[in-house]
Design a protein around this ligand. Sequence first.
Ligand code: AMP
Length: 462
Amino acid sequence: MSRFTEFNLSPELCRALSKLGYENPSPVQSRVIPKALQGKSLVCQSETGSGKTHSYLVPMIEMTDVNLSRLQNIVICPSRELARQVFDFAFAFTKYFPKLKVRLYSSEADVSQNKEGVNVPPHIAIGTPGRLKEILSDSYCFDLHGVRRVVLDEADMLLELGYFEDIDDVYQKLPESVQTMVFSATMNTELKCRLERYIGSEFLFQGEKDKTSSRVAHHFVDIKHQGVFEALRSFLTVRKPYFALVFASTKEMVKKTQSFLKENGIDSVMFSGDLDQRERKQAIRRIRSNQYSVVVCSDLLARGIDLEDVSDVISLDLPSDSSYYFHRAGRTGRFDKTGDSWIFYNADSLGKALELASQGFAYDCNILKKDSLVRNPTGLEKNALPAKKRTFSEEQIREVKKAKAEAKSDKVKPGYKKKQKMAVEKVKNKFRRQAIQKSIKAKKDARYAEKARRKAERDAAK
Ligand code: AMP
């Protein structure tokens, strides 16, 4: 499917999409829109930045009867920032569909403002689970018999934040035939069980293949003995990113990083759970104003929020659950753009870096010096661990011991020590060869991945 016009959408909606700058559907939109238009429930694996919001908004708007003054669609989001973002995308359509009513229900929106709408229900209600539950269960609120579609956006995060109780309550008030569309970056057994209650046991999930976007290049950066703040300063000076998100995994670290940058004359915006609601709103506004090229943030910003043109993501440390790293990295390389994600590490944090590196994605290794960033062809492990400290696996130790024992004869013959040494050396050489082969293979894989990434970039640019 190459154009929205091929989806059998109304000419008004095609025109609106074109005016909003959307001519060609993204892969996730091509996959979801036709199925959604058939009224089918679905579960879709989707990374943010893939165009998933419009993959449900487009069919939703197409199927909404704007002449009917009834709530017809509910979009449930795990954070007020994401709810606001979805609301803004949906609200943009009201310019072309003046009768379409969209409303935001989150702690960000004023409650009385929400309740004013009681007499005129919106066609699309977008909000966070708690607020939606509150509004929808209010006796003087809406008639829910007209609800046709529910979207659970970022379902894995809804589960992680314990929102499914509220969602269950919302569902209890809805007609049985409601169409449910679920969007989630990851899927696990618990989430699957939860979802089966709403959509039955047969559903489509596109698998985990998109853990990393092919448009993001991942780089490990050995910061050696520089402290992490100094390293950040050097990095920003060397790299001069167009728009960088600097992630730290604790609120304290976010705060300290921003103070350090400030002391060193680097302007930045801070975003973390430390900010109250008003400050968070203000920070998002400042971030979106394009006046700052550096945002220091916690993982709160790693999920769902669509920031345009993030060129670089920097992880000063890694989150305790390393899979969260991919949410950070996903802030760049959005839609059809490319981006770079940089992971700082040193000998102390090498363990976590290795754990992440083992998750099957292409990366390169670099060393950050005071005034340059250089490729480290020896790879992650070798660089940070001096050769002397290298440890051998149990199996390797066993094999060396065995070779030594076998080379020892009962009678001490001349030259037996030399023989023993040679036998041990033979075994060690075998391990070295294996390690070299492994490293060549890893480099080859990384080269292929890089080639594929470049090709995808070229294809996207065509
Ligand atoms: P997501 O967070 O996955 O919904 O991605 C949203 C980003 O993709 C926003 O910046 C949208 O404006 C953009 N986007 C969505 N669909 C399209 C499209 N078909 N063509 C171009 N940009 C799109």
